[in-house]
Design a protein around this ligand. Structure first.
Ligand code: GCO
Length: 451
């Protein structure tokens, strides 16, 4: 069995993690440009000023994608590279960079999938209140309009946001991501609501300015996911319920971020537990947030194993001693790529695209000058087998983007986590395609048949 004709096979990256050029050609600062220069914020004391330098290496990276037979590439735009102050003045050189990137992708028959926002909020907007400011949705819509106006004669796939659970939850509640704040729940739930509204304004801006019929999506994290330890219907139902239970952690949860977009309302369990911290909802808010989009992008790395107790409630099952884990270390749980698509597709009745999946590995250059990464090959093989099971059951899976193309800047852990299909020597920026890259090429060429 193969995946469907036209299946998107590619890799995903993010502007702050890959581009570098942090202060080049008129780019404004993002909250990550500031945060990573604050002592103690990044584990290895590094930053994304250069990252994997894609700003200067578009042709080289696209040559690699072409060699690996990728037919799609998911990347994000740096908002402050386009609008240095976040609103108003447009930086033409910033748009020129994305023009070149898109043109070269298309010349190589690689379809661009653009993420409008992957966490690098313009610092100027942060100084104006950031996600707490009720004008953020409007500002996001204006930014989206500038990007779509310039690129949509060639780009038709638009993803509004990547993982609000991170830029709100980790950035404004836990304080471990930029801008490094620890707000109280009332404040960060208001910020979260503005973020959802911004998604809606972004979809409106794409629709209003697209020069080609747009395909719109949204890519929240899918880590709030329980997978049954057996195929017993009671275990399955308990895990499904827990996956959509927002009672214990609104901003980390799946349903808090997906129900408003696909069902037009916040999950009851979350609203109840939020109590007085639940934000005031404007009359038109849920209509704006829940405009129809074409796919749900899910970033899936792992899942919690679960089973039903006597009352049918989900209990999380501990991983076995010495369980398989990546270098992050995250548990290796391939079943996430079956149960995640299954549960999300059944609840939201929309196409699923795996917008991220991959693993951190202790990759290095071997004596033969190559980078042998059998763990990543086996990891990806297992996860794709599970995805294939979901597709075989009729779940509409539109594509798979491996996280990530080249080793890059992994947020608060710096360069310590190598996720790439391509190794990067960060002192020389030399690229070496890892064994997993060549393996992935064969998977793509068979459209998944060899999985
Ligand atoms: C995320 C982000 C990526 C990460 C990747 C590895 O999912 O957290 O979208 O930017 O780098 O997932 O953590």
């Amino acid at each position: 069995m193969r995946f469907k004709e036209g299946f998107a096979w590619g890799a995903a990256t993010a502007s702050y993690q890959n581009e570098g050029g942090a202060r080049e050609d008129g780019k404004g600062l993002s909250v990550w440009d500031v945060f990573t220069h604050e002592k103690g914020r990044v584990a290895d004391g590094t930053n994304g000023d250069i990252a994997s330098d894609q700003y200067h290496r578009i042709s080289e990276d696209i040559r690699i994608m072409k060699e690996l037979s990728m037919n799609a590439y998911r990347f994000s735009l740096s908002w402050p590279r386009i609008l240095p102050e976040g609103t108003g003045r447009v930086n033409e050189k910033g748009l020129d960079f994305y023009d070149r990137l898109v043109d070269e992708l298309l010349e190589n028959e690689i379809v661009p999938y653009i993420t409008l926002f992957h966490w690098d909020l313009p610092y100027e907007l942060f100084c104006r209140g950031g996600w707490m400011n009720p004008d953020m949705p409007k500002w996001f819509g204006e930014y989206a309009a500038v990007a779509v106006e310039r690129l949509s004669d060639r780009v038709d796939h638009w993803i509004t946001q990547n993982e609000p659970q991170c830029y709100i939850g980790s950035g404004l509640a836990a304080g471990i991501h930029a801008p490094g704040l620890k707000m109280n729940r009332k404040d960060y739930l208001l910020a979260a609501h503005h973020s959802l509204l911004a998604h809606g304004h972004g979809v409106q801006a794409v629709r209003a300015n697209a020069k080609k019929k747009p395909v719109t999506g949204y890519a929240p994290a899918a880590w709030w996911l329980w997978s049954p330890v057996s195929e017993d219907p009671r275990d399955i139902e308990a895990c499904r319920k827990q996956t959509f239970n927002a009672a214990s952690d609104q901003t980390g949860g799946s349903s808090w971020w997906m129900d408003p977009v696909f069902l037009g309302e916040y999950p009851e369990s979350g609203v109840e537990s939020a109590g007085e911290d639940f934000p005031a909802i404007g009359q038109d808010d849920m209509r704006i947030i829940s405009q129809p989009i074409d796919f749900l992008g899910i970033n899936v790395y792992q899942t919690y194993p679960g089973k039903a107790d006597e009352e049918g409630n989900c209990i999380t099952v501990a991983h076995r001693p010495g369980y398989d884990k990546t270098a992050y270390p995250w548990p290796v749980t391939p079943q996430a790529l079956y149960w995640g698509p299954k549960f999300f597709a059944e609840r939201y009745h929309t196409q699923i695209i795996v917008t991220e999946n991959g693993m951190s590995n202790t990759d290095w250059v071997h004596l033969d000058g190559k980078v042998h990464d059998p763990q990543r090959i086996d990891f990806t093989h297992r996860y794709l087998q599970q995805l294939k099971r979901a597709a075989a059951e009729g779940i509409d899976i539109g594509g798979y983007f491996h996280w990530t193309l080249t080793d890059n800047f992994e947020w608060a852990t710096g360069f310590g986590n190598r996720f790439g299909l391509v190794y990067v020597d960060f002192e020389t920026q030399k690229r070496i395609i890892k064994d997993s890259g060549y393996w992935y090429q064969k998977v793509i060429e068979s459209n998944g048949e060899i999985i």
